[in-house]
Write a protein that binds this ligand. Sequence first.
Ligand SMILES: Nc1ncnc2c1ncn2[C@@H]1O[C@H](COP(=O)(O)OP(=O)(O)OP(=O)(O)O)[C@@H](O)[C@H]1O
Length: 255
Amino acid sequence: MIEVNELHKSFGDTHVLKGVSTCFDQGKTNLIIGQSGSGKTVFLKCLLGLFTPEEGTISYSGQIYADLTSREQRDLRQEMGMVFQGSALFDSMTVEENVMFPMEMFTKTAKSDMQDRANEVLQRVNLVDAHKKFPSEISGGMQKRVAIARAIVMNPKYLFCDEPNSGLDPKTAILIDNLIQEITEEFNITTVINTHDMNSVMEIGEKIVFLKQGHKEWEGTKREIFKTDNKAVTDFVYSSELFKKVRQMYIEERN
Ligand SMILES: Nc1ncnc2c1ncn2[C@@H]1O[C@H](COP(=O)(O)OP(=O)(O)OP(=O)(O)O)[C@@H](O)[C@H]1O
């Protein structure tokens, strides 16, 4: 579980996060949504320990990050997996080498054990024949699978994903969403995903936090988001015609 309490983050005179409080449960997919510039990436980077907030606390399974020694913070960061926007694979490494990279960096595991573990996670993300291929030789959806395999190879307790669907067609995007949710549940990970994608909200939004200009405007589940009367949320959610129709159906169902 991750608990965020009154988080503030500024860059010079730009006050980006303005007292955000929320919590993310273990074994659940938690989504951060909001317009461009609302502070989602800054928030995720605070959760990753890459940005230090000026005020407020973040605690991981009850431990406040700022109270830990630098060694303890480093150990905690090793319990975090990250899927970056655009996959961020190393072009000059094979799929298998990309997946083994965190183990090479942070552990002294024997090569054969690293290969076994890479094999295990690649199988888990349904990539069985791509070990020796380079990222440029596989599709965008397969690249995302490699990025997910790399993010979970060290058995993380926390998984952070920045726009994991960007650049994918809608069908592949849903497969990737479902894969992240299955893995979250199966390994009891606390997962936090930044997304613009309303399909993701509908598929896997077990908890949704809506940020607006750096503050938490609303939070709830995927069912609740379609029923809320919060105008900022409805403006965001129903900016597409399709979702306006879905809302109309809900209203008709209610009456
Ligand atoms: N390193 C930084 N230095 C200065 N300002 C920053 C920095 N990182 C982010 N910001 C500012 O913080 C604000 C929020 O940015 P952020 O990237 O978190 O938005 P976002 O909600 O993730 O947007 P998008 O959906 O477009 O990725 C923006 O005004 C941005 O310019």
